[in-house]
Design a protein around this ligand. Sequence first.
Ligand SMILES: *[C@@H]1O[C@H](CO)[C@@H](O)[C@H](O)[C@H]1NC(C)=O
Length: 249
Amino acid sequence: MRLSLICLLIFIIGFVASRPSDSNDDKLENIWAVLIAGSNGWYNYRHQSDISHAYHILLKHGVLPEKIIVLMYDDIAHNPQNPFMGKIYNKPHGNDVYEGVKIDYRGENVNSEVFLNVLKGNAEGNRKKGTGRVLKSKPNENVFIYYSDHGGTDILGMPEGLLSRKDLNEALYHMYENNMYKKLLFYLEACESGSMFEGLSPKMNIYAITASRHNESSWATFCDNDMNLPCLGDEFSVNWMHNTEFVSF
Ligand SMILES: *[C@@H]1O[C@H](CO)[C@@H](O)[C@H](O)[C@H]1NC(C)=O
């Protein structure tokens, strides 16, 4: 519960609190978002489930679909093992979260190179990959990044290979140097996720919220569901999304 409250608070502070002050910049239309599930395989159902759910939450709150970039392997909804063909659930007997999700990069295009190109706005680098969409955020816009996957000290998983803290931090620094955001909010669900942002400067205006400290596990949830499905979500993710769904904007 404490975790939920913190998430809620940060979201409000990050994106909403300044709205009534007539600063046009913080409008929801000025938010860009990058959503990535860094795993594949039926057993990792929950990461793509988290990401699909987050997509709908952003849309519902008024983030423009043309400013949301989604990377997910897309091997869950139509997986032969799925008893609910074409559907993904993030909580037991909840709504299907898969329908309507627009995926920009799927399959082998979910990798660290493509992801880092998205962050850095490197359209040339992602030419001929997926939709090729990358961040085009302006200096007065806010960027939200949400990553759900396995991780370890200074690394995050990808369906193939890994994403290192060094490469991630370099991409974030590139974004800062090139004025690609006013504020950047990063939600990270992974074991040892607290290790991924160590060393970033506070002047970069990045608010990073992680599911665990640098030396802790993060946890899956809804694992003992009665739907014959693997774990449906992750604790940190399910909590921030639950809260955000019930905030009135
Ligand atoms: C993690 O590190 C903190 C110090 O940063 C320490 O207090 C804590 O006991 C450690 N936890 C584990 C599970 O090792």
